[in-house]
Write a protein that binds this ligand. Structure first.
Ligand code: PGA
Length: 249
């Protein structure tokens, strides 16, 4: 069975003291839940977050990494560095990385390989822009992103891949895909996976939805058959809202 996951992407928010404060709040909220819970603080606070959440059910994950293990790549961070502070899951291909830092499918494929080489789990993000949806080409855009970034992988490698469908027009805009739009796309993605790798991968791969998920819409989205959780930006910055989303499962 595939896992349900709610992951908070803090993006470039929260310095050390804000991170401490939010983690204190998260620990107060955290009771038993029906999904895996993850938070992705900024790199400088990963070690602190990992230590502070060591005995909790909340996994600390990274927002990005480079594909090389080390070397002359000023400002970058690598999989072994993340592993050394206890991080074993990384978000790759977020639309902000693609848009502002020009990360291409080819670069992302290398990052995925590097993460898997170091036994990390990858949350691989993709999604169409508003123009794509208006032109009705959202499915082909998404299929290209998935196949260019991930279809070189073996079937076995998919044990460590989680997908996150994030329509760019819904990220940080307050505009959410309707549960029906999300379900339609998630079902399409699962079909694409099944065609390429067979039923086992199609059925077992978790597909998260991201883009303005909030306490008021999470339950409806998560109730859809092919929606296995969410990647949460803005609403993950308030412990109460984040846990209202977690408890939507
Ligand atoms: P949002 O961000 O929830 O603020 O729309 C989602 C994301 O970028 O992962």
């Amino acid at each position: 069975m595939r896992r349900n996951i709610v992951a908070g992407n803090w993006k470039m928010n929260n310095d050390l003291s804000q991170t401490e404060a939010l983690i204190t709040e998260l620990k107060k909220q955290n009771q038993t839940s029906n999904c895996e819970i993850m938070i992705a603080p900024t790199h400088t606070n990963l070690w602190h977050a990992f230590e502070a959440l060591r005995l909790s059910d909340i996994e600390v994950i990274a927002q990005n990494m480079h594909y090389e293990d080390n070397g002359a790549f000023t400002g970058e961070i690598s999989a072994p560095m993340l592993n050394s502070v206890g991080v074993t899951t990384v978000i790759l291909g977020h639309s902000e990385r693609r848009a502002y830092f020009k990360e291409t499918d080819a670069v992302l494929a290398k990052k995925v390989d590097a993460a898997l080489r170091h036994n990390m789990r990858v949350i691989f993000c993709f999604g169409e822009e508003l123009d794509d949806r208006k032109a009705g080409r959202q499915e082909s855009v998404v299929k290209d992103q998935i196949s260019n970034g991930l279809f070189h992988l073996t079937e076995q490698a998919w044990n460590n891949i989680v997908l996150a469908y994030e329509p760019v027009w819904a990220i940080g805009t307050g505009e959410t895909a309707s549960p029906e739009q999300a379900q339609e796309m998630h079902q399409f993605i699962r079909q694409v996976l099944t065609e390429q790798y067979g039923n086992r991968v199609g059925d077992a791969t978790s597909i998260l939805y991201g883009g303005s998920v909030k306490p008021s819409n999470a339950a409806e989205l998560f109730a859809k058959n092919d929606v296995d959780g969410g990647l949460i930006g803005g609403a993950s910055l308030k412990a109460e809202d984040f846990f209202a989303i977690v408890n939507a499962f």
